[in-house]
Design a protein. Structure first.
Length: 237
């Protein structure tokens, strides 16, 4: 059975720099997160981003991760199973590396179509297939398809500025979560038709911590051949 586009909001919480929503749908759990710290990093975009010192940048990334770890350790709404909270000592991350903060070209598709993305629990999640980001990473040309959420009440796809980039890479299943990771970015954050991708902010979906959550699987077109040793590592060694 496909997932109804109308989801019942059951939990909404804000703590420190983190705001997230958890939805119940067809007996399963879905979630969306807005890390306000990410919004702060997005505002570094464009030329300002490139002019900041690396030390300042690395410090901000580490502060953001500290806030996220605090939430995971202390909030009853965090995805870490209750029986693991006492031993939780923080998530595992790759070291911050400015080389994984790259500017990309955003090529919008003429008519975004609604597509069905699979999930870890076999459900279906509808998204707009909105465009493609083209960039270079590790000296290799890369492409990722950018998606946008499908809203229940006739929402204009162009009014939503949030691009969703689920991806797998050469570290998936070994150094990072096997099903893939997510990156979210604001449209045109580096100028018209340009986006700044910061893979140091790549994160694992909540199903990587608990089977209670249903998470979108990156489609085949979003599999990178290069290793992305940035952002969140696998939760379990």
């Amino acid at each position: 059975m496909g997932v109804s586009p109308i989801r019942q909001l059951v939990t909404f919480a804000t703590i420190h720099l983190i705001t997230f929503s958890v939805y119940s749908s067809d007996g399963g759990f879905w979630y969306s997160m807005r890390w306000e710290g990410i919004e702060r990093f997005r505002k570094i975009g464009g030329n300002k981003a490139m002019s900041r010192s690396q030390d300042e940048y690395v410090w901000e990334i580490k502060q953001f991760r500290h806030q996220k770890d605090q939430f995971f350790a202390t909030s009853p709404d965090a995805p870490i199973p209750a029986q693991e909270r006492g031993q939780f000592q923080g998530l595992r991350y790759f070291e911050p590396d400015p080389a994984y903060r790259v500017e990309a070209e955003l090529v919008r598709f003429p008519t975004p179509e609604v597509v069905q993305l699979g999930t870890t629990t076999g459900r279906i999640s509808q998204h707009y297939r909105y465009g493609e980001v083209r960039f270079t990473l590790g000296g290799q040309p890369c492409r990722l398809t950018a998606y946008k959420s499908v809203h229940a009440h006739g929402h204009d796809v162009h009014a939503d500025r949030e691009l969703f980039l689920p991806f797998r890479d050469a570290t998936s299943g070994q150094e990072s979560y096997g099903a893939g990771r997510y990156l979210e970015v604001e449209e045109d954050n580096a100028g018209p038709g340009r986006v700044l991708l910061d893979f140091n902010l790549a994160y694992s979906p909540w199903c990587s911590y608990s089977d209670l959550y249903s998470c979108v699987l990156p489609p085949a077109e979003n599999r990178l051949s290069v290793p992305v040793r940035a952002g969140e590592r696998s939760y379990h060694e």
